[in-house]
Design a protein around this ligand. Structure first.
Ligand SMILES: Cc1cc2nc3c(=O)[nH]c(=O)nc-3n(C[C@H](O)[C@H](O)[C@H](O)COP(=O)(O)OP(=O)(O)OC[C@H]3O[C@@H](n4cnc5c(N)ncnc54)[C@H](O)[C@@H]3O)c2cc1C
Length: 439
């Protein structure tokens, strides 16, 4: 994610640099005014470029899963592209507001003349300026709500649906106020490309077409309350379902008014279009879910998505699989898929961290699945039994050599293990993580 966002920022800065230093777009102005003008262009370009990328990613283009590492990562990239875009938008606004300060310090002399157009175009440019200002206030407010984690997800998601429309206001602003010279330079070409992607994403979203090509109807076959806070839902999907790879997830709509929620498909693909989800009561909606579902009820499933795929493992690296709580779901699918050819199962250590191994609903199932897979060694860590998993435990259990960690669980545990592994193994490990949080 960092590399992709840094590359985009680098590319936009290069394109801006061409306009500023090669084409000399602000030649003729004195230093303070020329710097202000170029800062205005740079911050504006960076903001709209990152925003366009964020809006494109929100349309869930499945063809980007490969280069970006899966849909869960795409959502994280979307989030950080959005945050950076708003940061640059705020800077853009501050630079715009700086002219009074510069006037007070050095006077009007050397100020670059404003691009002037006649008639309707000038009216549109005035409108674009006002629209840009209001859109910046709106995205700043949205960023504050996004970062304020105590603001409930449901109203946040409702408000977030306004983003594609706000983005179109920013496109209007950028297209009309970018310097005319840009359209014959790299900055303009890049802008056209990014705006096309962003407009595609926003129209896709505004017309309700996100993920539609991957949606199928199905119905609930059975529901089982496997623990007080976990419900297992088995569904049969319609003809259009293209099957899934173990470890992938899907967006499920049980109730149209609520909309889709992402859940891992916790079963292997048996070719009969049945899928199982284990859903933990982690919030308002999932807490009340068990009481609302019944066998025979229709569901809409969109997917599959994700790249938490055992087939992508490095066959020369030690396999360390780690699940925390409900993060066991992709591993259940992996273990199930290995049952047909146990001899092909890779040698792996599967660590399952649970609050209480005695009452946990998955331990018996994991033991049964691992019994037929002699190369997969199951380690259950019950916190109540004082068996917490640490990086030191992992390092002590395995010798030297490259390790590949596949992790699905709470972010706090992931961070602690990553830091600990870095200290104990240096760069000798690779960490794949399925992100359960999209906001
Ligand atoms: C790739 C992926 C796979 C997942 N697999 C499982 C699984 O197998 N089992 C399981 O129990 N949970 C899984 N989750 C988590 C599950 O999606 C959330 O717990 C659930 O959506 C919470 O909804 P809520 O309204 O009850 O909670 P809320 O309190 O409203 O939300 C809690 C958090 O859940 C996330 N969330 C809520 N609604 C949505 C939504 N519509 N779309 C995206 N994210 C949302 C947000 O990060 C939010 O901050 C997975 C999440 C992801 C991203």
């Amino acid at each position: 994610m960092k590399t992709i966002l840094a590359s985009l920022i680098g590319l936009v800065s290069l394109a801006w640099g061409w306009g500023a230093f090669v084409a000399g777009s602000t030649a003729g102005g004195t230093a303070p005014w020329a710097i202000r003008q170029e800062a205005l262009y740079l911050t504006g370009l960076l903001s709209i470029a990152l925003m366009s990328f964020a809006v494109l990613l929100a349309a869930r283009p499945a063809w980007l899963e490969g280069p970006l590492g899966g849909m869960d990562r795409m959502y994280r990239t979307h989030k950080w592209a959005g945050i950076l875009a708003v940061g640059f938008a705020a800077l853009h606004w501050l630079v715009e507001m700086s002219d009074d300060v510069i006037k007070a310090l050095v006077g009007r002399e050397g100020r670059l003349p404003k691009e002037k157009y006649a008639g309707f175009l000038e009216v549109l440019r005035d409108l674009a300026e006002g629209m840009g200002e209001w859109a910046i206030y709106a995205v700043l407010a949205m960023l504050a709500l996004t970062l304020w984690k105590r603001f409930s997800y449901r109203p946040w998601r409702f408000l977030h649906q306004a983003m594609p429309a706000i983005y179109l206001m920013l496109v209007f602003h950028a297209a009309l106020l970018a310097p005319a010279d840009y359209w014959s330079e790299p900055a303009g070409w890049l802008l056209v490309l990014l705006l096309t992607g962003g407009v595609y994403g926003s129209l896709h979203s505004l017309t309700g077409r996100i993920g539609r090509s991957r949606q199928v109807q199905g119905k609930i076959l059975s529901i089982e309350q496997s623990a007080a806070d976990i419900v297992a839902v088995r569904c049969r999907l319609g003809e259009g379902w293209r099957g899934h790879r173990s470890g992938q997830f899907a967006f499920i709509t049980f109730d149209r008014a609520e909309g889709p929620h992402p859940f891992t498909i916790a079963s292997a693909d048996r070719g009969d279009r049945t899928v199982t989800f284990h859903i933990k009561a982690l919030g308002d909606y999932t807490r009340s879910l068990a009481g609302r579902l019944q066998a025979g009820q229709p569901v809409t499933v969109e997917g599959p998505y994700g790249r938490f795929d055992m087939a992508r493992r490095n066959r020369r690296a030690q396999q360390v699989w780690i699940a925390g709580g409900i993060g066991i779901t992709p591993f259940l699918a992996w273990l199930e898929s290995l049952q047909t050819q146990p001899a092909d199962a890779p040698a792996a250590d599967l660590h399952y961290c649970t609050r209480d191994r005695e009452t946990d609903p998955f331990v018996a199932r994991l033991e049964a699945l691992c019994e037929s897979l002699p190369k997969v060694c199951l380690h259950v860590h019950g916190s109540r039994q004082g068996e917490s998993l640490t990086a030191t435990t992992l390092a002590a259990a395995k010798g030297k050599g490259r390790a590949e960690v596949w992790f699905c669980g709470p972010q706090g545990l992931a961070d602690a293990l990553k830091t600990g592994l870095r200290d104990t193994r240096g760069g000798q490990f690779r960490f794949h993580q399925e992100a359960f949080e999209m906001r």
